[in-house]
Design a protein around this ligand. Structure first.
Ligand code: DAH
Length: 357
């Protein structure tokens, strides 16, 4: 065996015995690196005669190629082996169910959706959007609405009382949206045509009550406003909101301190295999309270009401949503359950219910 054959054989043996990619790289550097054995030999060629250069050069190139070939082959073998080990360790079970379906679309909460629908209908019916604060003073929430101190209606409201403010004024979490009537009557010029949706609070919690809920208030004050205007308005709203042209309404005499006369409004329905169908049948469901603005309310707001009369109404938004969309339990609205929202929520891209017919 010639010297070059011996060298090739020993390199091939080394490569064959090699178990790691790093060791293989060391072998490559030792022979073919900048100062490697073969590289040095190639450099020395310049000292030889032309004839010798030819012979030695060919032999050295042959050695170099053989070494490169064997290293490349070994490299592939080691890499494949490494990948096999990795794959056997990192087993992916693609039969497991998805834990969190991130592809699902975000949903609009039914309360937001219902408020948006109400805003759209009442806005198109000519009412202006108004707001009031959740923390109200006692005067706006009660006194100005003709509910003086020791009036039994105050007990009915289960009020959350807060600390007095710096003026010594009593503060509450508003028990209804009616105080927005007072704020508007005090600041606006007549005629007034407004509605005000928002959060309301009562210290009450059971199957049909949550401490926080939503109402929408309506107030129309103008020359010559009559109960018949109220009837038309409420009827038009209910038919549009529930998308039921055949819906029947019943105005039942009632009592609210801030309206006289007052009424509660029922809509007709039937119950079929546990489901409520609106606009059919002879059963009645209470839907809102309303009436003609009490003269004492105008007086409390220092308004001369000689030429003006008005009507007002107030409705519970959760109740409207539950009836329209067949939701059985009030408390679900505030559980924050993402699965419930996926089921009962609304597509942000569906605006079909947001324009008046
Ligand atoms: N504020 C009343 C309540 O919370 C609802 C209500 C009834 C509002 C009659 C009105 C109204 O504006 O006229 O129970």
């Amino acid at each position: 065996m010639s010297n070059s054959d011996q060298l090739i054989q020993s390199v091939l043996d080394e490569v064959a015995a090699c178990q790691k990619l790093t060791d293989l790289e060391n072998i490559r550097v030792r022979y073919l690196g900048k100062t490697g054995l073969v590289t040095e030999e190639l450099k020395n060629l310049s000292n030889l005669s032309i004839e010798e250069k030819k012979i030695q050069g060919k032999a050295l190139n042959n050695i170099k190629l053989k070494i490169i070939e064997s290293i490349e082959a070994k490299k592939e073998e080691l890499e494949t082996h490494q990948l096999d080990i990795k794959l056997s360790k990192e087993f992916i079970d693609c039969t497991l169910p998805i834990r969190n379906n991130r592809l699902s679309e975000a949903k609009i909460h039914p309360i937001t959706q219902t408020i948006n629908e109400i805003v759209s209908i009442l806005g198109e019916m000519g009412l202006r959007y108004e707001e009031g604060p959740d923390v109200e003073n006692d005067f706006n929430n009660f006194t100005a609405l003709n509910i003086p101190k020791n009036h039994p209606a105050r007990q009915m409201h289960d009020t959350f009382y807060l600390k007095k403010n710096y003026d010594g004024e009593k503060l509450v979490l508003r028990t209804h949206t009616s105080p927005v009537q007072i704020r508007t009557l005090q600041k606006s010029n007549l005629p007034i045509k407004i509605f005000a949706p928002g959060r309301t609070y009562r210290c009450d919690s059971d199957m049909t009550h949550t401490p926080m809920f939503h109402q929408v208030e309506g107030l129309v004050v103008d020359k010559n406003i009559k109960f018949s205007n109220l009837k038309w308005f409420v009827e038009e709203f209910c038919k549009t909101f529930f998308k039921q042209d055949e819906l029947k309404l019943r105005f039942r005499p009632s009592y609210f301190p801030f309206t006289e006369p007052s009424a509660e409004v029922d809509i007709n329905c039937e119950v079929k295999s546990g489901k409520i169908i609106l606009g059919k049948g002879t059963k009645w469901l209470e839907i809102l309270g309303c009436g003609m603005v009490h003269p004492n309310v105008f007086k409390q707001c220092k308004l001369n009401n000689d030429n003006f009369t008005g009507f007002a109404f107030g409705m519970g938004i959760e109740r409207l949503a539950m009836l329209k969309y067949g939701m059985p339990d009030l408390r679900d609205f505030f559980e924050g359950d993402i699965n419930w929202l996926q089921h009962y929520g609304f597509s942000p891209f569906d605006t079909s219910d947001l324009s008046w017919r």
